[in-house]
Design a binder for this molecule. Structure first.
Ligand SMILES: [Zn+2]
Ligand SMILES: [Zn+2]
Length: 378
C-alpha cells in the first residue's frame, strides 16, 4: 500500500483551519473529482475517496484530535478513517447531505439499498459441430431470465394496491446506527433497502415483482472456437435494480467430437489407413480435410505412424493468428481376411524375404515358451 498523504495536505488547508474552511475545501475537491463528473476516470475516483477520507477525519472534532496526536495510526479502523472508503457509494451514504444541491447524482444515491445495481449474470451453453466451429456460425441460445411482472408492473403489489412505506425506516431504505463516535448507515433490514413493503402480494409473481421467462438470442460464434470457451452476450442477463444496467449472459461452447478429426489446439489430426502395398509402392490416395477431401501422394516406403503435415489445413485461430495444420497420421492396415490368390502371392513374397511365416512361426512361439518356463533342474 502506498504511503498515506497527510490529510491537511490532501484538503490543502492549514493544521489550524476552522471547520467551515475544511468543509469548503472538501466541497471544492468533491466537485472536482466527483465520479459523475469524471466517468471512467479511476484516478479521479481515488482522489475523491482520498478527499472524503481526509474530510471524514478532519470534520470530526474527536477524530481530528486523535489524528493530530497519533497520525493515520490514531484513526485506523474507523469508517473512512485509516481503512479508507472501499466504494464511492459508501461516501454518498455517509456524506450524502453534503452533496445535496451540488447538482450531482450523489445526493440521490444516498439511501443504502436503493443505489443502482447491475443485474446478475446468467450462464448457459451451446453445442456446435466441428465444421461450424471451423467456419464460425450464428446459433440461437436459450436461457431463463427474470422480467418485470406485467400484472403488477414490477411492484410486487396486487393490482389495485400499492406498496406501503416501510415503518421501520420511514421509507428511507436505510437506518443509522451510532457506535461510539461513528455513525454507521446500513440498509434497512425490514424492507431490504427498498423503503417500501408489499402488504397484498401480486398473485402472478407472488410479490417478487418478477417472473421467469425463456429468452432466445442469436450468438455469433467466431471461427476457431473450442470446447470450454465462453462467449459473452452483454446486457441481456438479469435486469438491473434501481436503474442499474442488465447483467450479461455467458455462453459456454461445446464442440462435438468429429468421427474423423481429433483436435489438438488449432491442429487437426486424422488417421489415414493405407495398405502394405500402398506403403511399399506409393499411391495417390484421397484424404479428408475440412473442406471435404483432397488428394495426397503417399511416397514409396512410407512408414506406419508417419505424420504428414498439411500447413494451414487445421482450425482458424479465433484470436486472428495463423491457422493450425492438418496432420495425417499414416496407419498401416492389415487385412483380416485374404483370398487364396492373395495368400499365394504373399507366400511367394515371404519366400523372397526369407521370412518365417506361419506354420513355421509356431516353432518361434515354442521357443518363446521354453524361454519363460523355469529350468527343471532348479
Ligand atoms: Zn406481479
Ligand atoms: Zn425499511
Amino acid at each position: 500500500m502506498a504511503a498515506q498523504r497527510d490529510y491537511y495536505e490532501v484538503l490543502g488547508v492549514s493544521r489550524d483551519a476552522a471547520p467551515d474552511v475544511i468543509k469548503k475545501a472538501f466541497k471544492k475537491l468533491a466537485i472536482k473529482f466527483h465520479p459523475d463528473r469524471n466517468p471512467g476516470d479511476d484516478a479521479a475516483v481515488e482522489s475523491f475517496k482520498e478527499a472524503s477520507q481526509a474530510y471524514d477525519v478532519l470534520s470530526n472534532e474527536e477524530k481530528r484530535a486523535r489524528y493530530n496526536r497519533f497520525g493515520h495510526e490514531g484513526v485506523r479502523g474507523a469508517a473512512g478513517g485509516g481503512g479508507g472508503f472501499q466504494d464511492v457509494n459508501d461516501i454518498f451514504d455517509v456524506f450524502g447531505d453534503l452533496f445535496e444541491g451540488f447538482g450531482f447524482g450523489g445526493g440521490k444515491r444516498r439511501g443504502g439499498g436503493r443505489r443502482p445495481v447491475q443485474g446478475e449474470s446468467i450462464k448457459t451453453r451451446v453445442s456446435i459441430d466441428l465444421l461450424e466451429a471451423a467456419k464460425g456460425c450464428t446459433k440461437p441460445v436459450t436461457f431463463e431470465r427474470q422480467e418485470h411482472c406485467e400484472t403488477c408492473a414490477g411492484s410486487g403489489a396486487a393490482p389495485g394496491t400499492t406498496p406501503d412505506k416501510c415503518d421501520y425506516c420511514g421509507g428511507a431504505g436505510h437506518v443509522v446506527q451510532s457506535q461510539g463516535f461513528f455513525r454507521m448507515q446500513t440498509s434497512c433490514p425490514a424492507c431490504r433497502g427498498e423503503g417500501s413493503v408489499v402488504r397484498e402480494k401480486c398473485g402472478d409473481c407472488r410479490g417478487s415483482g418478477r417472473k421467469s421467462i425463456s429468452v432466445t438470442r442469436d450468438a455469433n460464434i467466431p471461427a476457431g472456437v473450442d470446447t470450454g470457451m465462453h462467449l459473452v452476450l452483454r446486457g441481456v442477463g438479469e435486469p438491473g435494480q434501481h436503474g442499474g444496467p442488465a447483467g450479461d449472459v455467458y455462453v459456454e461452447v461445446t464442440v462435438a467430437e468429429h468421427p474423423l478429426f481429433r483436435r489438438e489446439g488449432l491442429d487437426l489430426i486424422c488417421d489415414v489407413p493405407i495398405s502394405y502395398t500402398q506403403a511399399a509402392l506409393g499411391a495417390d490416395i484421397e484424404v479428408p480435410c475440412l473442406e471435404g477431401k483432397t488428394q495426397h501422394h503417399v511416397y514409396p516406403g512410407t512408414q506406419p505412424g508417419e505424420i504428414v503435415r498439411i500447413r494451414g489445413g487445421g482450425m482458424p485461430d479465433p484470436r486472428g493468428g495463423r491457422p493450425g495444420d492438418l496432420l495425417l497420421r499414416i496407419v498401416l492396415e492389415v487385412p483380416k481376411k485374404i483370398n487364396a490368390e492373395q495368400e499365394a502371392v504373399l507366400r511367394d513374397l515371404a519366400k523372397l524375404e526369407h521370412a518365417a511365416v506361419s506354420p513355421h512361426r509356431s516353432s518361434f512361439f515354442d521357443k518363446l515358451k521354453d524361454w519363460f518356463v523355469p529350468d527343471e533342474t532348479d
